[in-house]
Design a binder for this molecule. Structure first.
Ligand code: FAD
Length: 589
């Protein structure tokens, strides 16, 4: 099961701690199956047992999401076979999958009359150890920025150790909608879309309220196309399609063929799995502080899920890529300058639970400067129950309108996210509906943020109807008002009507049935502020001086996006600056 050559240090240590291979009594002999419902549907486990001893466990049927199911399957199966134990922690971010695979296994083992009660005993107590490791480059955080830094450093010959506090790779990067802004691409050329790095710069700088650092923005836009080529060389396949992501301001949002962030995670996994990649990832290990010797950052201390202290020394450099703080309510309340104290726990977040700002806090503790901490971005398309961006039927901005609960448009849908949210806070219940048609989704099997539309409808996340009148009834709106809103919009698409709210980006008429509506609310999405870096991703201290040996990239760093990040600019940022940080650390720049 060592699929990715990832060092599951915590899991390996745990193996020696839990109850040894159990004597299960007489038990039965044969092949038994069990099933449970996971995140994606029914999951079936097959177990081969001889007189109660487990010989083999296979998941023979499942629809769990790639990159989310591998670790839960591996954890549960290896604990059952190697340790005779099923009392493993749920994998954060993949809880439903962990619970389901364990439940299906229990069902099969009970059918085999294996003593499953013994397998649910807690692990024996563990005496914490001090573990010391070293590498050329140490990276904190295995999201997009940290993994881009790791791969780039490894390509330059450095050995790399990555510490990741969660049980799997990816952070926020694996759950992205998937839009990536790049100018001057073949996709744009084929569609006759005029664009340039200068225009991308202008949109980023002005869209960010003219408070972003122009030097860093220049680095971002000038290296975007090179970043795209680099990912292609590493196996990423990009869609031919290009459109305008929510808040992207221009049709330069590209997507990989694999959905969400899995195209990038697939690329990173495959590189790390190369026998000579030189990259070790240590999961379940939270970095706690940076080690400073003689003014230089020389390593990282952390603690794993067993309580062991892990110290990793870096011969060349330390990269801080621990992400933002969108899930840290205390921090966003303390720093927020834009939303007038609204960002309490009542406002949900799109972020993964590990986005707590650890990297910023740890960097400040050794004197790093921070910038733009008060700039926190909200998104108008949060799931009303969870804040997640999933469960929505949406396209590029060209293909939808937003209406309030009364059925009226209330904003330029192609505006920046700050403008969208300010307008949404003026609407009843802070609620809006994304309305689109089937023009780009003719069969219903097409994906919207990684999920087929048919599934979204089946689970009740999205409403679908053959006429606008029926759709309006489903969402308690006046059919006449919603129809009039759409008629007026289609007139604007044809160029026959004035454009309320100043929308300038249009696609085709929204008129092909069936029609879709998704109810959405504001949700905390991105933290623009963070550690001060220079163009080489070197961390600067509170006086603006370089902290030797210390680099930062990704959402942990500030200054690039000003007070409003463009949709699709974050992935460009984390991959561009991740690579730069990896190069700087590997070369000691
Ligand atoms: C739902 C969603 C959709 C998005 N969609 C898009 C999109 O389509 N396009 C776009 O451009 N942007 C998008 N964004 C924004 C973008 O995803 C993030 O800005 C970006 O992924 C951040 O990358 P990162 O590597 O800096 O951080 P992350 O990907 O969050 O990685 C940071 C990692 O550090 C780990 N970590 C944190 N603290 C510690 C510690 N103390 N020790 C060890 N590890 C630690 C975390 O667990 C995490 O794995 C989206 C964000 C979300 C939440």
């Amino acid at each position: 099961m060592k699929r990715f050559f990832i060092v599951l240090l915590g899991a390996l240590l745990a193996a020696s701690l839990v109850i040894g291979c159990a004597d299960f009594g007489r038990g039965r002999t044969g092949v038994f199956t069990g099933s449970a419902v996971g995140h994606g549907g029914t999951l079936v486990v097959e177990v081969e047992v001889e007189r109660g001893n487990i010989l083999r466990i296979d998941v023979v049927q499942h629809s769990e999401t790639p990159f989310f199911y591998e670790i839960p399957f591996e954890r549960v199966i290896s604990a059952a076979i190697n340790d005779g134990n099923l009392n493993v922690d749920n994998v954060a971010g993949a809880t439903m999958t962990t619970v389901a695979v364990r439940a299906a296994l229990l069902q099969a083992l009970n059918a085999a009359r294996v003593n499953t009660a013994a397998m649910m005993q807690p692990a024996l107590a563990h005496t914490p150890q001090n573990i010391q490791l070293s590498a050329d480059v140490v990276v904190v955080g295995a999201g997009g920025a940290g993994l881009a830094a790791s791969v780039q450093a490894a390509q330059l010959g450095a050995s790399v150790i990555v510490l990741e506090k969660m049980s799997m790779l990816g952070g926020n990067t694996i759950i992205i909608g998937g839009i990536v802004n790049v100018s001057g691409t073949e996709q744009q050329r084929v569609r006759g879309i005029a664009d340039s790095t200068d225009l991308h710069f202008q949109h980023t700088y002005e869209g960010g309220g003219r408070v972003g650092n122009p030097e860093l923005i220049r680095v971002l836009v000038d290296n975007a196309l090179g970043m795209m080529r680099w990912t292609e060389e590493l196996g990423v396949v990009w869609q031919d399609h290009v459109d305008t992501g929510l808040g992207a301001l221009w049709p330069r949002s590209h997507q990989t063929v694999l959905p969400l962030g899995t195209g990038f995670l697939d690329m990173f996994h495959r590189f790390i799995a190369l026998p000579d990649s030189g990259i070790e990832v240590i999961l379940d290990t939270r970095a706690t502080d940076f080690i400073v010797q003689g003014g230089r950052v020389t390593g990282v201390r952390g603690v794993n899920s067993l309580g062991d202290t892990i110290t990793v020394y870096a011969a060349r450099g330390v990269v801080n890529a621990a992400g933002g703080f969108g899930a840290n309510v205390e921090m966003r309340m303390r720093y927020d300058e834009l939303w007038e104290g609204r960002l309490t726990h009542v406002v949900p977040t799109t972020n993964h639970p590990g986005a707590l700002g650890d990297g910023i806090i740890m960097a400040q503790a050794i004197g790093a400067g921070v910038t733009g901490m008060g700039y926190i971005q909200l998104l108008p398309i949060g799931d009303p129950r969870t804040g997640s961006v999933s469960g929505v039927a949406i396209t590029g901005v060209e293909g939808y309108i937003q209406v309030n609960e009364q059925g009226y448009r209330f904003v330029n849908e192609a505006a920046g996210r700050d403008e969208l949210i300010h307008a949404l806070f003026q609407q009843t219940n802070f609620t809006n509906y994304i309305i689109m048609c089937s023009r780009n989704h003719p069969t219903g099997y097409e994906l919207s943020l990684g999920a087929p539309l048919n599934t979204l409808v089946a689970y009740g996340h999205v409403h679908r109807a053959n006429t606008i009148a029926e759709l309006a009834v489903m969402i308690n709106m006046s059919p006449a008002v919603l129809q009039a809103t759409l008629n007026q919009f289609n007139e604007m698409v044809d160029g026959n009507a004035q454009c309320p709210f100043g929308r300038t980006i249009f696609g085709q008429r929204i008129e092909v049935p069936p029609f879709y509506a998704s109810r959405r609310v504001p949700t905390v999405h991105h933290t623009m502020g963070g550690i001060v870096i220079d163009r080489y991703a070197r961390v600067l201290d509170v006086n603006g001086s370089i902290i030797p040996g210390f680099y930062a990239a990704g959402e942990v760093a500030g200054g690039i996006h000003g007070n409003n990040r463009l949709g699709g600019n974050a992935i460009t940022d984390i991959l561009v600056f991740g690579r730069i940080a990896g190069e700087s650390a590997a070369t000691g720049r």
